[in-house]
Design a protein around this ligand. Structure first.
Ligand code: FES
Ligand code: FES
Length: 157
């Protein structure tokens, strides 16, 4: 069967089983390797993408369920090759180590800061409960996110 997916604003066709996890379709069919299949069990958040504006675990989402919906990946956050404010802040705060978790972290924090321009540290900590980082401390990530607050109102995703 051919799946018809709208990814980062572009319609794309993928001949595949509708039960194939979206993370595999993104990476193997479309070479969008930002979303990472780390645990494949819904625990780590490294595979997180936006579907219809909501953070969604692409390891647990069959491609067939994503048809006809608006899929946004980390690659879609900076279409002109520019980093978005969350990415810039994470870099400025030296918060990234191996980077495996960061596509998911950036998607979560971008979503949270679009919803709330002035979150508290605790609110951001709560927003990140579904994102696991195995190498760095979370404090720098929170420092960075707080510094990016207010810069993400309006726009996509
Ligand atoms: S790979 Fe999807 S939650 Fe870990
Ligand atoms: S920076 Fe390595 S898992 Fe988060």
């Amino acid at each position: 069967m051919t799946l018809r997916l709208t990814i980062n604003g572009r319609e794309s066709l993928a001949p595949d089983d509708p039960m194939t996890p979206l993370v595999d379709l993104l990476r193997e069919r479309f070479h969008l390797t930002g979303a990472k299949p780390v645990c494949r069990e819904g625990f780590c958040g490294a595979c997180l993408v936006m579907i219809d504006g909501e953070p969604t675990l692409s390891c647990l989402t069959p491609g067939g369920l994503a048809e006809g919906r608006d899929i946004r990946t980390i690659e879609g956050l900076s279409p002109a090759g520019r980093l978005n404010p969350v990415q810039n802040a994470l870099e400025a705060h030296d918060a990234v180590q191996c980077g495996m978790c960061f596509p998911g972290m950036v998607m979560t924090l971008t979503h949270a800061l679009r919803r709330n321009a002035a979150p508290s540290r605790e609110e951001l900590r709560h927003a990140l409960t579904g994102n696991t980082c195995r190498c760095t401390g979370y404090e720098r990530i929170l420092d960075a996110a707080l510094s990016a607050a207010g810069a993400l109102q309006g726009g996509e995703p």
